[in-house]
Design a protein around this ligand. Sequence first.
Ligand SMILES: C[S@@+](CC[C@H](N)C(=O)[O-])C[C@H]1O[C@@H](n2cnc3c(N)ncnc32)[C@H](O)[C@@H]1O
Length: 309
Amino acid sequence: MSGFAPEWLAVREPVDARSRAAALVDSLRERLAVHETLEVVDLGSGTGANLRYLAPRLGGRQDWQLVDDDPRVLAAAESVTREWAHSHGARFIATADGFSVAGKSFQCRAHLAALNLASELDELQLPVSGLVTASALLDLVSEPWLRRVAAHCRDIGATVLFALTYDGRMRFEPAHAGDENIRTLVNRHQRTDKGFGPALGPAATATAQTIFTEFGYRVGRERSDWRLGRDDRQLCAALLDGWLEAAVAMDAGARSELSQWHGRRSAMLDTSGSQVLVGHEDLLAWRPDSRHPIPPRPAPSTDSREDLP
Ligand SMILES: C[S@@+](CC[C@H](N)C(=O)[O-])C[C@H]1O[C@@H](n2cnc3c(N)ncnc32)[C@H](O)[C@@H]1O
């Protein structure tokens, strides 16, 4: 499994879902402005796991933009969500630019948008008084990028939910020599550029709290740790491979020692009682006045518009 391949996203989705901070979603529901249709933008949506988690929990009418720059994951969003809808008793319809899905308590349209959020951020249309969200993205981005997004969110009165941001904690049970070295190297790799400038890595949620607070938001944070055991073997094996690769990229001279650590840890995956904790956090940021929608901006003057019928 490489990068953010749909196969990797599929392996992590059930673990993400059971790890997320449900209390923050309850809180989010209370804080969202009252709309006939809630508009949502999902940054770095992958195949749409965030929609599949949030849509039934938020309920009502929703209109989502799933934004990602990887055509593989956007192409998989429809089939993965179709299967999910069928297994959850929801109705699924493919549309020209995405799909719509309706369950007992929610109806939601999703538009797939291929956009590079690092280089084409200005082209992103964010919803006035809507929800801006991302899952498993924030540790990849840089502080200046996050500031730009936060300023934009403030200007349009958006509520913000960033879920499943890695926070630098990694604990193994039973502990083993070499664990701490791997954690240090992986966390160093986390700070390298992932396309947005130097990545925030484990500092991402704390930095987001500082920025959104500066911009007048209230902020809530909850842990959403992965707690992995024998039943999560496939995810653990993929993690060990990824951590080895990241650690070697930071210290190529230690390749042999790091590979030995990887071999020992892989052998332990089937041992009963062997556990791995990967620290994550969810963050909710809301405007104190968020339940009162900002009225839409007036349309620009029509004088220079040539595309009107
Ligand atoms: C860890 S995955 C999370 C995907 C999804 N949110 C989930 O929870 O399953 C990060 C996602 O961010 C996307 N991504 C990374 N850099 C991006 C960029 N510059 N522009 C748009 N999407 C990007 C990747 O393609 C990937 O789908």
